[in-house]
Design a protein around this ligand. Structure first.
Ligand code: NDP
Length: 271
């Protein structure tokens, strides 16, 4: 399997990365360094995670060349709007200690604001300081609304997606629009790792349930960013390129869907 996915603008994005939501600054530094040592090239943070500084320190401590790494951060809701988005982006770069990010995302579709935010994102993209831009938690109708004024189509939509929330309709729409799908909470925040089907499949392949789920995302053409603060788990989650789930096994995991959201509903959030 190709470890990189080509986005609609030609940029290559790693298909598997590390997420750092609910990771303290100090832990973010270590997790990022361990991940890079294990071969990860994609790191997913956000202004609201309050660990961009730690992420930047982890990157520098690892000694990796900047161009080998793909760093994503996100525009928080309170900063949405044209001027504030520009300011928030500059602040993120400063905290990260980077001159560019590889992907900048609108974190949530804040009503009445996300189109103005997008105008700023387009300018940031055109300035070269974000190699790609995209959205997160956008439903089909949010994207349709954005596209009424957008000059540039989002390259990525990062959405809640795991075996118990497979989002098939939204994924089909995004595929049609050539917008890459990235899964957040890909392991169901760890809550689905005890599922007997996943454990059974893991035994068959001598892999853990977490590895089976990550492999399912990859084979479904979904970019995936599992989070862990433990070095062994960070390594384990990257050790998924030496086995293949059969079509039947993929279908078995697809069948676990119960449309269960663990996070907020993008049509009804209050933050
Ligand atoms: P995940 O689905 O990645 O699950 C993380 C949980 O699983 C943690 O409790 C972790 O524990 C545990 N875990 C990880 N690997 C293993 C393993 N191999 N074996 C056993 N347990 C394991 O949850 P997240 O919600 O963190 O989602 C991933 C990333 O997605 C976030 O970190 C963030 O970057 C992004 N995200 C984006 C959102 C958005 O609105 N755009 C919203 C939510 C998340 P431990 O750390 O203790 O190892």
């Amino acid at each position: 399997m190709d470890k990189m996915k080509r986005l609609s603008n030609g940029i290559e994005m790693p298909r598997l990365g590390l997420g750092v939501w609910r990771v303290e600054e100090q832990d973010a530094r270590n997790s990022v360094r361990w991940a890079i040592e294990a071969g990860y090239q994609l790191i997913d943070t956000a202004a609201i995670y309050k660990n961009e500084k730690g992420v930047g320190e982890g990157i520098r401590q690892s000694g990796i060349q900047r161009e080998k790494l793909f760093v994503t951060t996100k525009l928080w809701n309170a900063d949405q709007g044209y001027d504030s988005a520009h300011q928030a982006f500059n602040d993120s770069l400063e905290r990260l200690g980077l001159e560019t990010v590889d992907l900048y995302l609108i974190h949530w579709p804040v009503k009445g604001k996300f189109k103005d935010s997008w105008r700023a994102m387009e300018e940031i993209y055109e300035s070269g300081r974000a190699k790609a831009i995209g959205v997160s938690n956008f439903q089909k109708h949010h994207i349709e609304e954005l596209l009424t004024t957008a000059k540039i189509k989002p390259m990525v939509n990062q959405i809640e997606l795991h075996p118990t929330l497979t989002q098939v309709d939204l994924r089909n729409y995004l595929a049609k629009e050539n917008i890459a799908v990235e899964a957040w909470s890909p392991l169901g925040q760890g809550k689905i790792l005890q599922h007997p089907t996943l454990i059974e499949l893991g035994k068959k392949h001598q892999k853990s349930a977490a590895q089976v789920i990550i492999r399912w995302h990859l084979q479904s053409d979904i970019i995936v960013i599992p989070k862990s603060v433990h070095e062994e788990r960070i390594q384990e989650n990257f050790d998924v390129f030496d086995f293949t789930l059969s079509e039947d096994e993929m279908a078995l995991i697809d069948g676990l869907n119960i449309n269960e959201r663990l996070g907020a509903d993008p049509d009804n959030f209050d933050f």
